[in-house]
Design a protein around this ligand. Structure first.
Ligand code: ARG
Length: 270
């Protein structure tokens, strides 16, 4: 009898403990929006070598972070009634900074992947990009399939999904991972690497500014995960919901595409 009583008590204790664990978790989730609201400021991690999405240009003779991703976040912040502080860093650090909670969100043309979803939350996807291969223009006809790159060097950005695409598709090539896209382009122009993997709008912007380069016709396998999303720490559900509410109408009305188009023009004319 006594045994039964103890069993019952421990059973209730377990239930009670798991219930309070749940509500603790809940509070943690809910604090993400409250924290931003109380601070009156959204802290955003970004990498700025990714025109037309994120880049720098002179605005009133001041070096300023611009691009369609930046305009998009500025609009969202306006909607939420808070200001924005951008923290600039390398692409792989954008992911690390958001994961450790040192920034509320990350914005940088970040692809929503199953792997990343294990450690992060994402907003609704706002743009779909295909990966392309850039080669020297005079080699366009030399390279017609993956095998032509056997023993050659293919560059991709460190921490990006293109790093994996490169490894999977160019299995006979050497994959070079570099932190900055501008470095990858310089290496390609100096024949230090033979091809560069970038998503289409970024590839187009670089080719436009570098007439000795061209986008190859070689088709790269597209992934189910090519959509860009705003990156958040795993528990920032309330902030994610707020962001989605502001973001979704911008996707539906075609506002995001307009922002990309004008940012593209700005980036190639600067
Ligand atoms: N979309 C790719 C990814 O998420 C590349 C993003 C690179 N972004 C940047 N700002 N450099 O992996």
């Amino acid at each position: 009898m006594k045994m039964k009583f103890y069993l019952m008590v421990s059973f209730f204790l377990i239930i009670l403990l798991s219930l309070s664990a749940c509500s603790l978790q809940q509070t943690k989730e809910d604090r993400s929006w409250l924290k931003v609201k109380e601070r009156g400021k959204l802290i955003v991690a970004t990498e700025t070598g990714f025109a037309p999405f994120t880049f720098k240009t002179l605005v009133n003779s001041k070096d300023t972070i611009v691009g369609s991703d930046i305009e998009m976040v500025n609009e969202i912040a306006k909607d939420l009634g808070v200001s924005v502080e951008y923290k600039e860093m390398s692409f792989d650090n954008v992911l690390a900074t958001v994961q450790s909670g040192q920034a509320d969100i990350g914005i940088s043309g970040i692809s929503i992947t199953k792997e990343r979803q294990k450690s992060f939350l994402f907003s609704t996807g706002y743009y779909t990009a295909k990966t392309k291969l850039i080669v020297p223009k005079n080699k366009l006809n030399t390279y017609t399939n993956f095998d032509d790159f056997a023993g050659k060097d293919i560059a991709s950005q460190k921490g990006s999904i293109q790093e994996n695409i490169a490894k999977e598709t160019f299995s006979k090539s050497n994959i070079v991972s570099l932190p900055q896209i501008s470095e990858m382009i310089v290496e390609l122009k100096q024949d230090k690497v033979d091809g560069v993997l970038l998503e289409e709008p970024i590839a187009k912007a670089y080719v436009e500014k570098n007439p000795t380069l061209a986008i190859s016709d070689i088709d790269l396998p597209s992934k189910d995960s090519d959509s860009y999303g705003i990156l958040l720490p795993k528990h920032s559900k309330s902030l994610r919901n707020k962001i989605n509410k502001a973001l979704e109408p911008m996707i539906k009305t075609g506002k995001i595409d307009q922002l990309i188009e004008s940012a593209f023009k700005l980036s190639i004319n600067q």
